[in-house]
Design a protein around this ligand. Structure first.
Ligand code: PBG
Length: 326
């Protein structure tokens, strides 16, 4: 006679208590693998809350340094910096200005907290008057004309002391262009974390309020990826690796867990995942309505991203999650 699994197998035996569950737990979160996104703005003593992202602020550099000290003392691995410049123009000049907001912020953070990893987002949308990620030629974002801006921005970030540069613009060939310029200017050891599979997602909404980077016409669908495409995402990642990326990122995270897993299984480099502003704000909004427990939703969402295969998680929850893990 065929043996029936039950009552021989009782999966509940290993769920009986927290110590037992802890013994057999498969996925662990480490604060050292979190990266906190921060927004640098002009001025002094500025700490302006972003209304659609409670607990996140536009910070002047002095305040940003304090935030980085607090972040580091919680064991969080790094920060990724975005800039809100004084003025925007058609040439995104603030993006590659040696004295731009991000360049100054990097210098200040690296001198105050040298052991905190500082990543810079390399993009133009925060610096262009039209809010697009590249140069507009005949009403369209011109790919090749944008590469020089990106390479110049990456070099200026490296010169300021950035540990890692992370291009998020989705122009073709940007990783090669950035790698080439970094090497040429003496930054052969600065790694590139490519936002390789970055989708044209509705979940960036709150960020665009934070970074004041909403496109003034059209949208980003001619350069960011089409959400239904997984095979194409793998090709984007393959190309970025060939162009010299050291690490690859999937963004957003939770709606694209399948791609994080595919990337983890396919590529030998560290895989990052960006739990974006909309993912953060949905959870916080539900918690504020009393519909979800904030800490549990936060930890479960981060665990799912890690279980899917992410080595590095960029998340607005970095500090809070580090506190829970402490
Ligand atoms: C810049 C950039 C964006 C985000 C990261 N880098 C916005 C966009 O592409 O529109 C989004 C991050 C978030 O939503 O948290 N291109």
């Amino acid at each position: 006679m065929r043996t029936v699994p039950f009552p021989i197998h009782r999966k509940r035996r290993l769920r009986v208590s927290e110590p037992m569950r802890s013994l057999v737990r498969e996925t662990h979160l480490e604060p050292s693998q979190f990266v906190l996104p921060l927004f640098a703005c002009p001025g002094e003593g500025v700490r302006k809350e972003i209304s659609s992202m409670p607990g996140n602020f536009q910070l002047s550099i002095d305040e940003l340094v304090k935030e980085c000290e607090a972040t580091f003392s919680l064991g969080v691995g790094g920060v990724i910096l975005f800039g809100i410049p004084d003025a925007k123009d058609d040439l995104a000049s603030g993006a590659y200005d040696e004295n731009g907001i991000v360049q100054r912020a990097v210098r200040a953070v690296k001198s105050a907290v040298p052991r905190l990893i500082v990543i810079t987002d390399v993009c133009n949308c925060e610096y262009t008057s039209h809010g697009h990620c590249g140069k507009i030629v005949n009403g369209e974002v011109d790919n090749d004309a944008t590469l020089g801006w990106l390479a110049a921005a990456a070099v200026s970030h490296a010169r300021a002391g950035a540990d890692i540069v992370a291009p998020s613009d989705m122009m073709d060939g940007r990783v090669a262009a950035i790698r080439h310029s970094l090497d040429e200017y003496g930054f052969a050891n600065t790694p590139i974390l490519a936002y390789a599979a970055k989708f044209a997602s509705v979940f960036y909404g709150p960020f665009r309020e934070a970074a004041e980077s909403t496109p003034q016409f059209g949208d980003r669908r001619s350069y960011q990826m089409d959400p239904p495409n997984a095979r194409e995402a793998m090709h984007e990642m393959e190309l970025d690796l060939e162009e010299g990326a050291d690490m690859l990122m999937v963004k957003p995270a939770m709606p694209y867990l399948d791609l994080i897993r595919m990337a983890r299984d396919r590529f030998p480099v560290p895989i990052g995942a960006y739990q974006v502003s909309g993912e953060f704000s949905m959870i916080v909004a539900a918690a504020r309505n009393g519909w979800l427990d904030l800490d549990r939703a936060m930890m479960e969402s981060l665990t799912s991203i890690r279980r899917a295969g992410a080595d590095i998680i960029l998340t607005y929850f970095a500090k809070d999650a580090a506190r829970v893990l402490a």
